[in-house]
Ligand binder design. Sequence first.
Ligand code: HEC
Length: 147
Amino acid sequence: MSSQPARSSNASRYLFLFLLGLVLGIIGVVMALRAIEGRKTWEDHFPDAVMHVMQAHASQLGAAAKENRCAATDVLPHLQTLRYMANDLEPALPGLSDDPRFVEHASHYRATLDSALATPPLNCAGVEAAIKQVNDGCKACHQDFRG
Ligand code: HEC
């Protein structure tokens, strides 16, 4: 008769210990992951940082065209930043910068932006065309090199 309450209090003790272990385990994993993240250098972040800034400007360019804001002042700053960021493709990915196909993709992408800047789009149709060329440049390289 008296063994019934004892068994249930054992069960809840195990459950408590199990949950305590689980929580401590999760805290340990989070701390380890944060320590690994904290040790990363700028070189580790460089590739993704370059790509995300390029993505930010390509997206803002697309949004401007959708909102019918296609004046030079809306468009040129994004194209210029995309062009400057394109100089960082090889430095950001030193492992790939020896690969002639990577350099070719990067050069072709820079040339696309150079010609867009040399004859800036004058209306939204022109901006859409420039965006398509830029996105084709992103895609061409990603197809070959984004693992
Ligand atoms: C010359 C090659 C090349 C060009 C051009 C290029 N990319 Fe990338 N991109 C890469 C490579 C290589 C990776 C994988 C990098 C890595 O994770 O180490 C990548 C990864 C990315 C990522 C994922 C980053 C992450 O957090 O994992 C985004 C987003 C991205 N590119 C956006 C763009 C956009 C937008 C453009 C064009 C405006 C572009 N890329 C043009 C080579 C290129």
